[in-house]
Design a protein. Structure first.
Length: 389
C-alpha cells in the first residue's frame, strides 16, 4: 500500500489581474520539498527522511562542459574523422511519397558497424519510413544526424502489423548522439480519430510510439522536433544515462494519449530546455525509474508533469529521486501530478519541485490515488489499499 508524507512547505501565491471581462490567473509555486515514503508490499523499509531531503538537495543537474557538437561534414573524411552514411546514397528519395524504409535499413546496417560514423538524414528531404527497428550494439561514436523530416505513413490500416506499438525504435545503443535540428512526424491524425477516447464506439487499442530509445546507455538527444505522434511521442525505456536537451514535442491538445516524454524503467535521465505541448502528459515517469532530473521545461497544452500512473491491475510501482527545477505550465489540465491506481502497491519517494510557475492550470497540484483511465470500463472504487498520511 502507498503511504504519503509531505515535508517542508508548499508555498503558493495567487495573483489575479482583470482585463475587460477576462480573469487571468497566475500561480507561483515554490515546492521546497515533497517526500513520499512507503510501507507494505514493496518491503518493510524505514527511511531517514532528513537524509533523503539532503540527498535531494544534491541531486542537481550537472552542466555539460563539452562544447557544441561540430557541424558534420558532407563528405567521407580521411582516417580519424567522421564517416558519412547518407540515406540518399542507399536509394532514399525524400519526396514524402516514396517508401524510403529499405534505404534507412541498409544505411543503418553500414553506419552501425562503422566506427565514428554519421547516419545522415539530409536537410530538405521528407522521408516516408514505416515501422523500423534500429538495433545495436554499434561501433563507437555513432552520430544520428537528422536534418530533414522523417514522416510516418498516415493510414493505420497500412501499418506494419509486426510492430503495432513502435515506429522508430532504437535499442541496445551505447554512447550515441542524436542531433541535427530535424523533425520526426508521426502523421497521427487518423490514429487519433480511431481512438476510443475520441469515440467510445471505437475499440480501445494501442498505437505506435514515434521515437523509442530502449535498453541503451550514455545517450544524448539534442535539438530535434517530434510531432503528431500516433500515440506517445518519445519513450525512454530500460535505459541509463540519457540526456535530452533542446527537444520540442508538439501535438494538438485534444490528441489522445500523446504523452510527450515517457520514462519507464530508466535511471539517470536528464531533460532540460524542452518545450512540450500535447494531448496528454508533457512528461510521465512510471515504474522502476529513479534519478530523474528536469530543468527549464515548458508544458502546455497537456495534462501536466506526472509521476505515474502506477499500480494498474494491482501491480507494484516504484519511482524515486525526481527533481524538477524551473518550469512553466500554461493552459494544462493538471500541473504537478502523482497518479496511482486503486488496488496498487509500491511507493514514490524523494521528489523535489522548485521554481515552478503555472498559468490557467485547472489542477495545479494533485495527488490522485483513485486514478482510472478506462473509457469503456466502469471505474467504481474498490476497497482502498492506499493509505495517505
Amino acid at each position: 500500500m502507498y503511504s504519503l508524507k509531505l515535508y517542508k512547505s508548499i508555498n503558493q501565491s495567487y495573483k489575479t489581474a482583470r482585463t475587460g471581462k477576462n480573469m487571468d490567473k497566475l500561480f507561483l509555486l515554490s515546492f521546497l520539498g515533497l517526500l513520499l515514503v512507503a510501507h507494505g508490499v514493496a518491503g518493510n523499509m524505514v527511511f531517514d527522511n532528513i537524509d533523503m531531503l539532503e540527498e535531494l538537495e544534491n541531486l542537481g543537474i550537472e552542466e555539460e562542459y563539452e562544447g557544441e557538437t561540430s557541424p558534420i561534414p558532407s563528405w567521407t573524411s580521411e582516417r580519424g574523422s567522421k564517416v558519412l552514411v547518407n540515406v540518399d546514397s542507399f536509394g532514399a528519395v525524400g519526396d514524402g511519397v516514396s517508401d524510403d524504409t529499405q534505404a534507412f535499413v541498409e544505411a543503418w546496417a553500414i553506419a552501425c558497424k562503422t566506427p565514428q560514423s554519421v547516419f545522415l538524414v539530409p536537410l530538405g528531404g521528407r522521408y516516408l519510413v514505416n515501422a523500423t527497428k534500429f538495433n545495436g550494439p554499434c561501433s563507437d561514436k555513432l552520430v544520428i544526424q537528422i536534418e530533414g523530416t522523417i514522416i510516418a505513413p498516415d493510414e493505420p490500416k497500412n501499418w506494419d502489423p509486426k510492430s503495432p506499438r513502435t515506429w522508430l525504435d532504437f535499442s541496445k545503443l551505447n554512447g550515441v548522439l542524436f542531433q541535427g535540428g530535424g523533425v520526426i512526424d508521426g502523421s497521427g491524425s487518423k490514429w487519433w480519430a480511431a481512438s476510443c477516447k475520441k469515440n467510445k464506439s471505437n475499440p480501445c487499442k494501442g498505437a505506435p510510439t514515434a521515437l523509442t530509445i530502449d535498453s541503451s546507455s550514455a545517450i544524448k538527444v539534442k535539438s530535434l522536433t517530434i510531432q503528431n505522434a500516433q500515440q506517445m511521442h518519445f519513450i525512454i525505456a530500460r535505459s541509463d544515462s540519457v540526456r535530452v536537451s533542446g527537444v520540442q514535442v508538439s501535438a494538438p491538445g485534444d490528441s489522445p494519449n500523446t504523452d510527450g516524454i515517457h520514462i519507464t524503467e530508466s535511471t539517470n535521465v536528464v531533460l532540460e530546455n524542452c518545450k512540450i505541448g500535447t494531448g496528454d502528459d508533457c512528461v510521465s515517469i512510471v515504474n522502476a525509474s529513479s534519478d530523474i532530473k528536469m530543468k527549464t521545461i515548458y508544458c502546455g497544452p497537456g495534462h501536466g508533469i506526472s509521476i505515474g500512473s502506477l499500480g494498474k491491475d494491482n501491480s507494484t510501482g516504484i519511482v524515486t529521486k525526481v527533481v524538477l527545477d524551473t518550469a512553466f505550465l500554461k493552459e494544462t489540465t493538471n500541473g504537478l501530478r502523482i497518479k496511482t491506481w486503486q488496488g496498487g502497491s509500491g511507493y514514490v519517494r524523494g521528489v523535489r519541485y522548485q521554481n515552478v510557475r503555472m498559468q490557467d492550470v485547472e489542477n495545479p497540484i494533485i495527488i490522485d490515488q483513485f486514478y482510472c483511465d478506462s473509457p469503456n470500463i466502469s471505474c467504481e472504487h474498490k476497497p482502498d489499499l492506499l493509505q495517505e498520511r
